[in-house]
Design a protein around this ligand. Sequence first.
Ligand SMILES: *[C@@H]1O[C@H](CO)[C@@H](O)[C@H](O)[C@H]1NC(C)=O
Length: 465
Amino acid sequence: MAAFRFTATFLLLSLLLIANKAKSQSFIGINYGQVADNLPAPASTAKLLQSTSIQKVRLYGSDPAIIKALANTGIGIVIATANGDIPALASDPNFAKNWVNANVVAYYPSSQIILVNVGNEVIMSGDNNLISQLLPAMQNVKNALDAASLGDKVKVSTVHSMTLLKQSEPPSSGIFDPGYGDVLKGLLAFNNATGSPFAVNPYPYFAYRSDPRPETLAFCLFQQNPGRFDANTKINYMNMFDAQVDAVRSALDAMGFKNVEIVVAETGWPYKGDSDEVGASIENAKAYNGNLIAHLRSMAGTPLMPGKSVDTYLFALYDENLKPGPTSERSFGLFKSDGLTMTYDVGLSKSSSQTPVSPSTAKAPVTPSTEPKKAAWCVPKAGVSDAELQASLDYACGHGIDCSPIQPGGACFEPNTLAAHTAYAMNLYYQTSGQNPSSCDFSQTATVSSNNPSTNGCNFPGGSS
Ligand SMILES: *[C@@H]1O[C@H](CO)[C@@H](O)[C@H](O)[C@H]1NC(C)=O
């Protein structure tokens, strides 16, 4: 069945688009941190966001100016209570009620608040008093939302750091640190019972920093690489994002919470760093964010959660120029503080959301060749596993080519096999790059052939003969 995942995904996506947009299937959000003194006016930010395909914004607090500015924009808003409010929220239901009235009820529904995060990375604070009050605080906020008849519409969660995981490699062996076991169990039971997501912050950037080899960089940037094989599941992971998210999936499953959904509350890559901050560059930041966005848009999901992209909030909207620490901490912004220009283009503007994300971020530059096209096609090598074929199919279809001919009803749907569909996608990706040899690699699963694989009714573009 895995063979037809992409097909099924596209069908599902089309059905959802037809059904209606209210059942929010949006999956690209952005973090709006405000530790800065040069941020654009809230109205400019609202306008900027509306010019993009970003559908949700996560705030670290509940700034009324930005919540109001986002009214009637259709943009979903995640707000948060400060860690410092947790003791009062936990001990005093009235405090929780007042907080919800002042920060949610006052703006809803014109401002589409969708989630309240109670605190941020509380477990990592090491403050046992605060940690023990987190769940009661979440419960009181939930009760207050229920009392305001918003319990179904506005969920309650909290955000966790990846350091909660004791082990994350291979992804199937992901487990949480047993030291947090009881606390986590309570929080997860809350997520499970209330249908709220488990929110976590995976940063492939930090994985690369701790293992700065070229193959790790390619793995982290969704570029061509040999992949990392998980012997338990026989899955060859092709990128670090999927590996980290699936490690969280495994850890949740191991605790019995198979139904708790994961939300990526933060992920990003700095475009600038100090001289000792390896990997922080415009080129890498653009590759990570651009390829991540393409990956999410492909709706491929992760190997353990195929077919639906994980709701993901990019970090971050703007640089936060007052953040302490190394230069990278102040260099995650996708947009400049003029509220207009992108720091680097990752294909988020509305007009570009429908057009292909250029595969030019792949390891070798994919520049259209000016030479006349040779009679050459890109096809899978013999002996390539289904998992590798599927990964290559996902990659190609997630990188801007039109895979509709291999959907049901398309001219190239038959023969309906994984190998044939992958051949079609690989070849189109290769031709789109102007027959650049580096774009017929697919982690060494593909090869250039002079035999035209076109069949009756399905034309594989590419040959001059
Ligand atoms: C999760 O919630 C469902 C539905 O309420 C329940 O049946 C199940 O036992 C819960 N799982 C755990 C591990 O608590």
